[in-house]
Design a protein around this ligand. Sequence first.
Ligand SMILES: NC(=O)c1ccc[n+]([C@@H]2O[C@H](COP(=O)([O-])OP(=O)(O)OC[C@H]3O[C@@H](n4cnc5c(N)ncnc54)[C@H](O)[C@@H]3O)[C@@H](O)[C@H]2O)c1
Length: 251
Amino acid sequence: MKALSGRTALVTGGARGIGAAIAHTFVDEGARVVIADLLEEEGRALQEKLGDATRFQKLDVTNDVDWATAVSETEQAFGPVSVLVNNAGIVEFGSMEETDPQVFQRVIAVNLYGPWLGIRASVPSMRRAGGGVILNVSSTAGLMGYANLGAYVASKWGLRGLTKTAALELAASGIRVCSLHPGPIATPMTAGMDASIAADQPIPRFGTPEEVAAMALFLTADATYSTGSEFVIDGGATTGSMVLAQRGDGD
Ligand SMILES: NC(=O)c1ccc[n+]([C@@H]2O[C@H](COP(=O)([O-])OP(=O)(O)OC[C@H]3O[C@@H](n4cnc5c(N)ncnc54)[C@H](O)[C@@H]3O)[C@@H](O)[C@H]2O)c1
């Protein structure tokens, strides 16, 4: 029997990048997967590639009506949702002074309000499934600060906190909730970024979406004693700084 046989998963931002890799891995492990995204063309293409165990669902994570539709369509197609992956996200760069208030609000809406709406909409279905797992894709930006990424950092720290509260509230319903904290991963989101941003990491390269998907699979299928916790997959980016060792030279 495969690790996720009989499970129904809803993956937001599933049309490409990390979400697409999670959808692929989950299908390989026997799950039925709803790929939920704004990107219809990419989402439908992936659905065709992955086959009958998948559906594409157009979803804007900031829209509660979309969420109600997505959960009911998922139930009709595949039965109650037992795995929710809140993966959809956006990034915007800019200093505190330069960032437009609407941009700040949009980042919070997609990266934090969206997952909250998703949890709210999916939990009744998970209870019907007899329990479940919620994975919230945060970031190393949910563990530390980054200059010129204030909105993103705030959204990802918020998602980490929401994870802990959800874990506390939902434990009695047999629902585990964990956050994932990737470092730089090679996806369309980071396509324009310089490879040197990973150069100072103990593992000095970008990670792959498949490496993140492997952790998502572990958290869903095997990590049965984990809830409310952070799972970091960052090539060691948050381990510490090499600056003193490099500049110390014994003085
Ligand atoms: N790539 C990285 O280096 C990295 C690092 C840490 C965390 N993350 C997080 O991982 C997640 C996935 O990132 P990725 O790198 O695969 O990005 P990506 O841009 O390749 O994919 C994100 C997906 O989310 C979808 N999306 C965006 N807004 C949406 C909305 N309102 N409703 C529904 N779907 C929406 C996009 O259409 C896209 O398919 C994000 O939450 C991101 O913040 C990424």
